[in-house]
Design a protein around this ligand. Structure first.
Ligand SMILES: *Cc1c(COP(=O)(O)O)cnc(C)c1O
Length: 408
């Protein structure tokens, strides 16, 4: 392990932008100039991330342990079936799931899980999807839980059946029903309690899949969601788990995970052959879970909280600004501040502020509009040392340049 680690570090030190080495464990690495600086050479603009590990922004920074494990798997080949078996068993043991597999993101897990529930290991059916004629192909989904990723359920040929109540579910279930779907932690106006939803799936013996993609940290949410009684649960690998960007997890019932694997790579004729997961992603995902389980999440939470609060104090010095500290409900436990300003004093909208920060130098990404109720949010999860001050200074500058001259 030690030898391996040294070799890895020696191997990358000359080429990689290895800012993660500066501060093992947290994201708060120093910014170290890289040589060669690929992005700068390409004219790809760097940015300060005050929003969090979004897919469109490259996801989260991987744990150093994950990078080392990936480096190992790049240099040492194994048969993919052996690797899938062994890593699956290990992840299952770590999480308390009956079985586990690494997928191409949470969305890849949803596709393979749906394919599994429609085909149940039947070779002829697996060959035929997304043509799902003559097989159970209906997936029950709560109307209030329709969301941007439910395309992944439909991708392998499933048809969504929207329900709003227990009575709807009882009327909807038939021999055409392949699966029930649940989006974790979106409890608004569901029309049915989650426990009741799960027990209906039990009663009708319909497999139930839960999308829990962004509910880590805390990593204990993995075991808790499995224990809640879902047959299958999926997570993103490259968000709060800090694993490989394009990896994800599918956990749950042994037969269903086996069927999901049959629909995926490396099986040549599988529907999910294009959702290939690299051996280094397989191993990296396992190590991401191990590392997350050993990490002091409370200390990290306090670290982030202290940074967002200090940003709030800085901005609160301006007249006409109100700051509120909050933690998302049911999402990854990443504290943030919400910033509001009196538009009689500063004549700028939230949308224009977001754009001005993006267009500025340095470019800054903040949460606004999408997932923030049209408010401006700052998080510290992906900020590097010294960046919090830059973010608050830029926001103050932009506000002041839109000052109307009116007093608070
Ligand atoms: C991010 C997200 C996904 C997509 O996850 P990937 O790992 O990028 O495929 C799916 N569902 C929810 C709720 C998410 O937040």
């Amino acid at each position: 392990m030690q030898t391996n680690r040294r070799r890895f570090l020696a191997g990358v030190s000359a080429i990689a932008p290895f800012s993660y080495l500066a501060s093992r464990g947290t994201n708060a690495a120093e910014i170290i100039p890289a040589s060669p600086d690929y992005f700068s050479d390409l004219g790809v603009k760097p940015f300060i991330n005050a929003i969090g590990p979004y897919s469109s922004l490259g996801g989260n920074e991987m744990w150093p342990e994950v990078i080392e494990a990936m480096d190992y798997a790049i240099r040492n080949k194994a048969r993919m079936t052996d690797l899938h078996d062994a890593v699956g068993r290990r992840i299952a043991a770590l999480t308390g799931a009956p079985a586990a597999m690494v997928s191409s993101g949470a969305t890849g897990a949803i596709i393979l899980a749906t394919a599994a529930c429609m085909t149940m290991g039947d070779q002829e059916k697996m060959e035929r999807i997304p043509d799902t004629s003559g097989m159970p192909n209906e997936v029950i989904i709560l109307k209030t839980q329709r969301y941007m990723y439910d395309r992944s359920i439909r991708a392998p040929g499933a048809v969504l059946v929207e329900v709003e109540s227990e009575a709807d579910i009882r009327a909807a279930v038939s021999e055409k029903t392949a699966m029930m779907f649940y989006l974790l932690n979106r409890p608004e106006n569901l029309g049915i309690e989650v426990e009741n939803y799960i027990s209906l799936a039990r009663e009708f013996e319909v497999p139930i899949l839960c999308d829990a993609a962004t509910t880590v940290p805390p990593v204990s949410n993995i075991a808790a969601t499995i224990a809640a009684g879902f047959d299958l649960v999926c997570f993103s690998g490259g968000k709060g788990l800090r694993g490989p960007y394009s990896a994800g997890l599918l956990l749950g019932r042994e037969d269903l995970v086996r069927f999901a694997r049959m629909n995926g790579s490396p099986n040549h004729r599988a529907y999910g052959r294009s959702m290939k997961v690299a051996p280094e992603e397989y191993l990296g995902m396992m190590v991401a879970i191990e590392t997350s389980l050993a990490f002091d999440e409370d200390a990290e939470y306090e670290r982030q909280l202290s940074i967002v609060n200090s940003m709030g104090r800085n901005l609160g010095l301006l007249p006409g600004i109100t700051i509120e500290t909050a933690v998302p409900v049911g999402e990854a436990r990443e504290p943030y501040i919400e910033i509001r300003w009196d538009t009689r004093i500063y004549d700028i909208t939230v949308a224009d502020m977001k754009q001005a920060l993006r267009d500025g130098d340095p470019s800054i990404e903040v949460r606004a509009l999408f997932l923030s109720n049209n408010q401006l949010h700052l998080t510290a999860v992906a900020l590097k040392k010294g960046e919090a001050e830059i973010v608050t200074r830029r926001i103050a500058e932009i506000l002041q340049s839109h000052g109307t001259g009116m007093d608070a």
